[in-house]
Design a protein around this ligand. Structure first.
Ligand SMILES: Nc1ncnc2c1ncn2[C@@H]1O[C@H](COP(=O)(O)OP(=O)(O)OP(=O)(O)O)[C@@H](O)[C@H]1O
Ligand SMILES: [Mg+2]
Length: 314
């Protein structure tokens, strides 16, 4: 028996006329994994997600959700997935209970189950007190949360979240991120499109960077950082001038940058190297104020990948 990933794409391609929006994408998302899809505007994230969620029919290639083909078994796939779209339209004149009942029924849920799920989710997102209001009166963030609840009402196997926190105030965005983190802890499989790199880094197990319809990088945040930025940088700060000290450690590390009383180096095995550096400093009569690894930012990785690709293509 073949073990399928929960989300798989093989050579997934979507063309609009002669324009290729998604170009031979291969993707495997394991059960319980959160994958963030990053990339510039127009890169093809939403189109990829719409193909995976059986909303769009791919031009070529194949996609499966929990082993079900998104074209041949589109209806099954639509029940297995929950999709938060980029521009969710709500039924402005409806109130949340009717709205959720409508979508729950589409997923063949029983009325009592819909009511119980609705209450639980609306309480979780702080919308329970607004349940008797028409959704047309809701703020943008409240509407976005309603759309997320709608995507989750049938307790889907896989969640596709296309920019779930855009247009939200920091507190609402945090509620949504907390909800995603909770789903992740429950072992839910999630594909998350976002422009918020910090959000991708905290929520996702792996990150895929897509540009011009192609996946150009894929890995855990740590893997991508290591691949693109190399070993982490360590910074040492001293009480006094470093004088001629640096020449004494070039056999151990590569000095990347320095000032009057500080220097930075790159080392593959910090655990081994750092104590030796400190020892040599002490022997040379220096006093160490601080030694620490500098944080590597996903933003640097992202910009480098996106810009490298551009340089390569133009
Ligand atoms: N229905 C459509 N007809 C024609 N072109 C389309 C259609 N849908 C998307 N496209 C084009 O496909 C490309 C990818 O769009 P998509 O919405 O997937 O990008 P995205 O990565 O989600 O961007 P954003 O970050 O802005 O949301 C764009 O150039 C877009 O104009
Ligand atoms: Mg999009």
């Amino acid at each position: 028996m073949t073990i399928h990933a929960v989300v798989e794409a093989h050579g997934l391609t979507k063309r609009f006329g002669t324009f290729t929006a998604v170009d031979r994408v291969d993707l495997h998302v394991a059960e319980g994994e959160v994958l963030a899809l990053l990339g510039p505007n127009g890169a093809g994230k939403t189109t990829t997600v719409r193909c995976l969620a059986a909303i769009l029919r791919p031009t070529a290639g194949q996609a499966r959700i929990a082993g079900h083909d998104t074209v041949a078994e589109a209806q099954t796939v639509r029940h297995l997935v929950g999709l938060l779209t980029e521009f969710p339209g709500l039924y402005q004149r409806m109130r949340p209970p009717e709205y959720l009942a409508f979508f729950g029924q589409l997923h063949e849920m029983q009325a009592s189950h819909i009511r119980q799920r609705s209450e639980q989710l609306m309480r979780q997102f702080g919308l329970w007190d607004a349940r008797d209001h028409r959704m047309g009166e809701f703020s943008k963030g409240m509407q976005q949360k309603m759309a997320l609840i709608r995507a989750m009402i049938h307790d889907p196997h896989v969640l596709f979240l296309d920019e779930p926190t855009s247009a939200m105030d920091p507190q609402s965005a945090k509620q949504v991120r907390d909800a995603i983190a909770a789903l992740r802890r429950e072992g839910r499989t999630i594909l998350l499109c976002t422009h918020n790199l910090a959000e991708a880094e905290t929520l996702a197990d792996r990150i895929a960077i897509i540009r011009r319809g192609k996946i150009v990088a894929l890995g855990t945040p740590a893997e991508l950082k290591h691949r693109l930025l190399g070993d982490p940088l360590t910074e040492v700060r001293l009480t006094q001038s470093i004088d001629g000290f640096l020449s004494r450690v070039t056999d151990l590390v590569e000095i990347v940058d320095h000032g009057e009383t500080w220097f930075r180096y790159r080392a593959a095995r910090a655990q081994e190297v750092n104590p030796r550096i400190v020892r040599r400093l002490t022997e040379a009569g220096h006093e160490v104020v601080a030694i620490g690894e500098l944080e590597q930012h996903l933003e640097t990785v992202y910009l480098r990948i996106v810009e490298e690709e551009r340089a390569g293509n133009e």
